[in-house]
Design a binder for this molecule. Structure first.
Ligand SMILES: *[C@@H]1O[C@H](CO)[C@@H](O)[C@H](O)[C@H]1NC(C)=O
Ligand SMILES: *[C@@H]1O[C@H](CO)[C@@H](O)[C@H](O)[C@H]1NC(C)=O
Ligand SMILES: *[C@@H]1O[C@H](CO)[C@@H](O)[C@H](O)[C@H]1NC(C)=O
Ligand SMILES: *[C@@H]1O[C@H](CO)[C@@H](O)[C@H](O)[C@H]1NC(C)=O
Ligand SMILES: *[C@@H]1O[C@H](CO)[C@@H](O)[C@H](O)[C@H]1NC(C)=O
Ligand SMILES: *[C@@H]1O[C@H](CO)[C@@H](O)[C@H](O)[C@H]1NC(C)=O
Ligand SMILES: *[C@@H]1O[C@H](CO)[C@@H](O)[C@H](O)[C@H]1NC(C)=O
Length: 788
């Protein structure tokens, strides 16, 4: 029932707009990229590309769909509220269409998609052998145009193959995206097969034939208002006002809006341009002096351009030939010496257009932007009136060799260098001092602890890591974020000695992890190979690349690259010498970690999660925090890993959760998330609380053979903390090592993380702070009692 009404509705909408139009397009294809459903906007139906017949069947593995993290209010929902992202391979949309010229319109909204920033996106677009865009930056183009979203329009002559291909290819270490694709047919003779083109400044120039690729640069309703695609003649061309391109705008008069009926002719058929184009114009009035009217339009140098000028006399006092004659200049060269519209048309209200072709030299070097000049000036032969007028203007870039790409415009502003990440802003909380003083009654020992802490803070030592890795931290945060490399299968096989079993260092649900050597065996890496049979893994594989390739932080494991070749999916990480945190806690032959080392590891991991939650425009929720996803490098620096289940938080900052299927690992999953399906950053906080008890007690999070409360470490830890018996469950290997205050603080943090209600749990920043405090208490205690 719903589909029926939907279709009826769309039929009604489509048919009402279609009947009035002079040209009835044989093909109109509207693809809303990144969407799975159909939607109607301005009477036109856009289909999602998710299950579209125009996309390859492997769409899900070679691309993914996303939504802008924030959408500018002036940007239309359709097609800009979704995008398809291609982050490694070429992707081709294939449209079966009839032979003949087609408009191809590409809709771009440069925004942040899935944590991928559009200003880091460079890609190429080609179609039927035409190179439309090369290493194109939608972001730079958007700032050059001062428009948040924009449309690129091309005309492609589809030959007898009857296929229009559109291929997106990301530049190396980058990604491509597209929000919408539109294909509309046009009358054969509208722009092609016009024998009467005039060349400006040269006797010879290109002929526009079936092999010419055209890109529309401007389509202006001179002296008039914006005309939307729906008010075009059936080809959905939109026409912009010309005001911003006028050189001496004050001198440009507007002909009063006339109701003169427009009569099309065989030379100017009714689909050429809408009546509204011809019903408005800019004229000069009758001036004695030599006014020159000029439009300046920036274009890419190094190309030929076709200008189509639309004229129609609307001024009642001009009635016969010879009354009003003017000159036309393009780039200061004469295009027409004597324009008398009455020589070209039967009279007032009859439209006419003329095409001119001009070459734009690259004065400032190939590919730079240059102004194309169009000027009009009364001819001295014009006896009665000294005037000139223009009704419409279209400008196309041409290329016969099939390459329409130009370099990106230079950004008008320089993007500030990426803010160095200092995720841990140590709030100068005062409460803990009060607690200590109150709790100890100002005893001499605790007073000295306090002094130590204050000194510690003053010296800035809190920012320095105990392993002296401060320089690593600043280095790693300054790394360019697009360092994710694409490896070939050959390179990966070389690195792992053909996936030799002897290289296996781990085994997970995802597949095996190998130790490998890359760059002439200079660099050791961990290579995670996706199990061929794992279907869920493919999605997680892509999520991991999307998330991790843009993140660089000391406490997050670094993704060096990936390989997606010949059905093999492989992720390449920095090698973590000491493996997972779990391997150093229980069921292991590794020597036990000291309490302070454990605290440092917990603080590092907490900083990593805090960074995920707060450093981007949108929060990233890890969703699978556990002791096997905290890795340790050769200096015992903790790094959070495995982003396969990660989720971006809501675009709307006031919305604190995202609704999603419950995923995670048993024993660590936030019970509130299980109940409500609402995932928040506090779900990570909960899981991290479980890790804290794991670190303290060195036991598995679930022990089936135990009774009651003790099965789950989360509930057992909590109840012991509340009963004040925490010291009874700590790892026996830590006996006598933990200062009581440090233990209490640690227990308080862990217990807080496990609060039933997410809103009551601390933030990761609070957790970092609390753990650092526990460490300071421990160090102060060690100082005070050196015999310990
Ligand atoms: C456009 O012109 C064609 C041919 O002259 C004619 O058949 C058609 O009715 C016209 N359409 C409109 C909307 O004026
Ligand atoms: C379109 O792309 C398909 C698949 O890449 C290719 O087989 C075909 O030759 C292409 N057609 C044209 C006209 O470029
Ligand atoms: C792509 O363009 C950007 C900026 O215009 C430039 O920095 C980068 O080197 C270019 N990449 C390639 C592969 O040409
Ligand atoms: C137009 O201007 C010229 C020069 O100022 C003048 O000679 C002529 O009479 C004017 N024509 C009309 C119709 O006002
Ligand atoms: C046209 O002439 C003006 C003034 O002499 C000059 O500033 C401008 O650069 C010229 N334009 C072109 C395209 O040559
Ligand atoms: C086509 O574009 C190439 C640059 O890609 C340029 O070198 C060539 O001159 C152009 N040809 C024409 C006829 O515009
Ligand atoms: C098209 O021209 C651009 C320069 O603007 C160049 O970088 C690119 O390689 C060319 N593409 C082809 C397919 O020739």
């Amino acid at each position: 029932m719903f589909t029926f009404t939907f279709q009826l509705f769309s039929f009604l909408l489509l048919s009402t707009t279609a009947t009035a139009q002079p040209y009835k397009a044989t093909e109109i294809l509207l693809l809303n990229c990144g969407s799975s459903s159909s939607a109607i906007t301005s009477g036109r139906r856009w289909d999602g590309d998710e299950n579209s017949k125009f996309v390859p069947s492997n769409i899900g593995t070679t691309s993914f769909s996303s939504q802008p993290s924030v959408q500018h209010p002036s940007v239309d929902q359709i097609p800009y509220a979704t995008a398809r992202i291609f982050n490694s391979f070429s992707f081709t949309y294939m449209f079966p269409v009839s032979q003949g010229p087609k408009f191809l319109r590409l809709y771009f909204y440069p925004a942040t998609y899935y944590g991928l920033k559009a200003d880091e996106s460079f890609f190429s677009v080609s179609s039927n052998g035409y190179s439309l865009l090369t290493n194109f930056s939608a972001s730079l183009t958007s700032s050059f145009l001062s428009k948040p979203s924009f449309v690129k329009e091309y005309i492609i002559y589809v030959k007898d193959t009857q296929i229009l291909n559109v291929t997106f290819t990301p530049s190396p270490n980058s990604f491509a995206f597209i929000n919408g694709i539109e294909i509309v047919s046009m009358p054969e003779k509208l722009y092609f097969k016009n024998k009467k083109i005039r060349f400006v400044g040269t006797y010879l120039g290109p002929v526009i034939d079936d092999y010419t690729g055209l890109e529309n640069m401007y389509r202006l309703n001179v002296g008039g208002a914006q005309i939307s695609g729906n008010d075009d003649t059936g080809m959905y061309r939109s026409w912009d006002p010309d005001g911003s391109y006028l050189f001496h705008s004050l001198m440009m008069g507007l002909t009063p809006v006339s109701q003169i009926p427009i009569t099309y002719t065989t030379d100017t058929p009714n689909y050429t341009a809408p009546k509204l184009i011809y019903q408005t114009q800019r004229s000069m009035g009758n001036h004695s002096d030599q006014y020159i009217r000029t439009w300046r339009l920036p274009v890419d140098s190094g190309f030929w351009y076709m200008l189509r000028l639309h004229f129609c006399n609307l001024i009642p006092k001009y009635t016969i030939k010879g009354q009003m004659i003017f000159k036309l200049f393009i780039n200061n060269r004469t295009a027409e010496d004597e324009v008398d519209v009455f020589f070209w048309t039967p009279g007032t209200g009859y439209p006419v257009f003329k095409d001119y072709v001009v070459f734009m030299n690259g004065i400032d070097g190939y590919g730079s932007k240059r102004d194309l000049w169009l000027s009009m000036l009364p001819n001295d032969q014009s006896q009665e009136y000294r005037d000139a007028y223009l009704n419409g203007l279209e400008i196309f870039k041409l290329n016969m060799t099939g390459n329409l790409s130009s370099p990106n415009p230079i950004s008008s502003f320089t993007t500030p260098p990426e803010k160095p990440t200092s995720p841990i802003k140590l709030k100068k909380k005062t409460a803990p001092y009060v607690v200590i003083i109150g709790g100890v009654g100002g005893g001499i020992v605790w007073f000295s602890v306090l002094v130590l802490i204050v000194l510690w803070w003053r010296s800035g030592a809190v920012d320095k890591s105990w392993w002296g890795a401060t320089s690593t931290e600043s280095n790693s945060t300054n790394l360019p974020s697009d360092r994710c490399r694409c490896f070939t299968l050959k390179e990966v096989k070389l690195a792992t000695d053909e996936f030799n079993e002897n290289c296996v260092i781990g085994n997970g649900g995802f597949g095996k992890v190998y130790k490998g050597y890359i760059d002439n065996a200079k660099t050791i890496v961990a290579i995670k190979r996706l199990n061929q049979s794992s279907s869920q893994g493919v999605h997680e594989f892509r999520t991991e690349i999307a998330m991790l390739s843009k993140l660089r932080y000391l406490h997050l494991v670094t993704l060096i690259g990936y390989c997606d070749d010949n059905g093999e999916m492989v992720l390449v990480y920095e090698y973590m010498t000491h493996g997972t945190l779990r391997e150093h806690l229980y069921n292991t032959n590794n020597p036990p970690l000291s309490w302070k080392t454990r605290l440092h590891i917990c603080i590092g991991a907490a900083k990593g999660l805090h960074y995920l939650h707060t450093s981007g425009k949108r929060m990233i929720i890890h969703r699978d925090v556990k002791s096997t996803n905290i890795l340790l490098d050769e200096k015992w620096v903790a790094k959070v890993s495995d982003f396969g289940l990660s989720k971006l938080g809501s675009k709307d900052p006031s919305q604190t959760h995202v609704s999603t299927l419950v995923k995670g690992s048993i024993g660590y999953i936030d019970p509130e998330y299980c109940k409500t399906k609402h995932l928040t950053d506090k779900s990570d906080v909960y899981s991290f609380g479980v890790v804290l008890f794991e670190v303290l007690c060195a036991r598995p999070v679930i022990l089936q053979h135990l009774s009651g409360d003790q099965v789950s470490l989360a509930s057992w830890g909590k109840s012991c903390y509340r009963r004040g018996s925490l010291n009874e469950i700590i790892d026996p290997k830590l006996n006598g090592e933990i200062a009581h205050r440090s233990l209490m603080k640690f227990g308080e943090v862990a217990n807080g993380c496990l609060h039933e209600e997410g809103s009551e749990r601390p933030t990761m920043e609070d957790v970092v702070w609390g753990l650092e405090f526990a460490l300071k208490l421990q160090e102060a205690a060690d100082e005070a009692m050196p015999e310990n």
